[in-house]
Structures are given as C-alpha cells and as structure tokens.
Ligand binder design. Structure first.
Ligand SMILES: [Zn+2]
Ligand SMILES: [Zn+2]
Length: 391
C-alpha cells in the first residue's frame, strides 16, 4: 500500500507525524478546541487557504480554488478529545490530566492537514473548489450541527462531503465503505418517576418510585425483543438509575437515563414512542406519574449510494483491491457527520488503524493510540477524492 502513497505527501510525512504528536500531547475537549483550531488556521493560512473561523464556535473552514470549474467538494475532520485520563505512557502522551485524544481525532485533523498541504502545492492539479471542514465537538454536543446552523453549506457550498474515521481491528491503511444506513442514531431519554415518599417501615400509604423503576427497567427490555422486527438493529440501555438516600426512607422520586440507538429513522421513532408509553403506563399502574424528556442527539448516518460506490472504486484504483475491506457492517456507534450527510450526498468511511502488532485497544480506551503510519494513506485518498470530483 505504501507504494501507492503520493510521493509529494510521503516527502513531508515526518513533519505530519510531529504535528499529530503535538496535537496528541495537547488535547482539548468539545467546543474548547481553541489552540487546536488556531494551530490548524495558521497552517492553512501559511499554505494559501482562505480561512474562515468561528463556524460552530471553534470550527473553521479552509477554502482553496484551482481552475475554473464550479465543482466543490467538502472534506471534514473532527478536532476534539475526550474526558479520559491517558495511560499509554507514550513520550507524546497527553500533557493535560483527564483529557485525551482517545478517538484519534488528532490523527484525523493531521490527515486533513496533510491533504491540505499537498492540494495547495504547485504539483497538485484539480479543477474546482475544496472546502476543508475542521469541526469541533464530535464527541459531545454535535459540532457538525453547530457548523450547519452557522451556515456551513450556504457559505461554503459543497456538491458532496466526505469524512473518515480510523478503525482499530482493521489492518493499517485498509479502507472500508458501506452504502446506506451505517451508524446508529443516538438519543438520550431521561425518565423521572414521581411517587409518594414516607417511612420505610410503613410502606402502606406511600407510592414507592423504586419499585416502579425496577418494574420499568424490566419492561423496557421488551421493546427490542417484542416490538422491533427481528433482524433490525435497536438498543435501549438504562445507563443510570438513581433513587433514595437511606435504607429506611421511601424516596419521592426515582430518575433514570437511557441511551437509545437505532439504524433506521422509523425504528428510532418506534423506540421513543414505546419508552414513553411504558414509562407513563407503568407509573400509572402503581399510582405514580412519569415525566419523560427526550434529548435528540445524532441522527442515523446514511452514506449515499453513488458517492460511496465511487469512493470504493476509487480506493481500488488508487491502492488496489486488497486495500478495500469488504466485510464492513453497520455499527451501533454514532457520529455527528450524519448531520452533514442529511444535507449533502457523500460518504463516511473507515481507515484501518492496527499497527505491526495488534493494539488490543478500541476507541475511547485510555490505552488507545492513533497509528501514524496511516496519515499519508488517508491524505492520499482525500487528495484522490478531490481530483476525482474536481476534474
Ligand atoms: Zn469518539
Ligand atoms: Zn471519533
């Protein structure tokens, strides 16, 4: 695969590895990517990009036009880190306790910078406009949506948008594509059960919200097994359950928070509707009441058919058929690039992250590290996408 990397990109690979490690050592949480966005903006300006800051708070777009064509393509990288305390012991490990690039967004940012540098170089020809979208807050809040609300696609019109994510467990540099519903929607539901508190020794006359909660937790598990069509992907997880402060006191309320995931919009709607019905009717059956609050997070990520097929064919053309992993299946993870794919056609694809030895650490693990060996592969493919689109 390394023989297919664009030589002009390979030439400055060491500098890009240094950038990746600098970003890794200085991670910033969602919407706090101040130093990271400044760093990216400085590089893009140095290479001749028109840089627009503060799109989606700490997000930015670098724009470069070559030739006369009206064609325009968007390439996106995410910049934020996670509230995890790094345990890798690497020489370039996080210098910020409790904050870590454990999802490889330091690598994604570097890959797009590497592509940016080559696209701006005299030896790279294309005919059209590239918008390099460096987004904040993928891990929380939904920076992609914030950028769209700030006029991303009206100010920087793109015919299509592309993004990648590194994937531990997939051999280094292998690319994975999937057309259709690829990543799950993710919503949070908060349920507050209101009972009637009292003395633990005198339960008659009280309405114990803990008993209501226990019953509800069990009935919520029937949604996936009894309401969703077998074979469809759906997840209802009760992630928190809080009630009570003393063994001899029946509390007034019990609270729980759920993560709800689906691979199709209609399944997403079904899950939310059933949760609401079970919560309110279970509470009612015990004489309690339920308040159900739904916090919609990321929608289902759907890769468009044509752009995905074209990207896959391009990967085979650039790197050979052995470079494309054919066993990619949808994931119950979620990803806010889904907001951009709701507005524009495009594809979100995977790039294998395994090193010589299998890391054994998945994303969001305190022992995870991005594989520097795939920076030039990702950059070569981004550049190839631009050349394919902007002929
Ligand atoms: Zn992540
Ligand atoms: Zn990520």
């Amino acid at each position: 695969m390394s023989e297919n990397i664009i030589p002009g990109i390979k030439a400055y690979e060491d500098e890009m590895v240094a950038i990746r490690r600098h970003l890794h050592a200085h991670p910033e949480l969602s919407l706090q990517e101040f130093a990271t966005s400044q760093f990216v903006a400085d590089k893009l300006s140095e290479w001749g990009y028109q840089v627009t800051r503060e799109i989606g708070k700490t997000g930015l777009v670098g724009t470069l036009k070559k030739g006369t064509s009206d064609k325009a393509i968007g390439l996106r990288a995410d910049m934020d880190a996670l509230p995890i305390h790094e345990t890798t012991g690497l020489s370039y490990a996080s210098t910020r306790p409790g904050v870590m690039h454990a999802c490889g967004h330091d690598g994604h940012t570097t890959i797009l910078l590497s592509a940016a540098r080559y696209l701006a170089s005299a030896e790279c020809e294309f005919n059209g406009t590239v918008h390099l979208i460096f987004q904040p807050a993928e891990e929380a809040i939904g920076g992609a949506d914030l950028m769209i609300r700030d006029g991303l696609f009206s100010r920087f019109p793109c015919d299509a948008v592309y993004a990648l994510h590194n994937r531990p467990g997939l051999p280094a540099g292998k690319l994975g594509f999937y057309a259709g519903h690829f990543m799950a929607s993710a919503d949070t539901v908060k349920i507050i059960l209101n009972g009637k508190g009292g003395h633990g020794a005198h339960p008659a006359g009280t309405i114990d919200p803990i008993v209501v909660a226990a019953s509800l937790v069990m009935s919520l598990q029937t949604i996936v097994s009894r309401n969703v069509t077998p074979g469809e992907t759906a997840i209802v997880t009760v992630g928190t359950l809080h009630a009570g402060i003393a063994s001899n006191v029946i509390p007034e309320t019990a609270e729980m928070e759920l993560t709800v995931r689906a691979m199709k919009p209609e399944i997403r709607d079904l899950l939310i509707q059933r949760i609401y019905t079970l919560a309110t009717s279970t509470a009612q059956s015990f004489g309690a009441t339920a308040t159900v609050e739904v916090y919609e997070s990321y929608p289902v990520l759907t890769n468009s058919e044509k752009e995905t097929a074209d990207a896959r064919a391009l990967a085979i053309e650039v790197f050979g058929p052995q470079a494309v992993e054919e066993s990619i299946r949808p994931s119950t993870g979620s990803e806010d690039f889904s907001f951009m794919l709701e507005k524009r056609p495009g594809t979100y694809f995977l790039l294998g992250n395994d090193g010589e030895e299998k890391q054994g650490c998945f994303l969001h693990n305190s022992g995870y590290d991005f594989n520097d060996g795939i920076i030039s592969v990702g950059a070569t493919f981004f550049v190839s996408l631009v050349r394919q689109h902007c002929r």
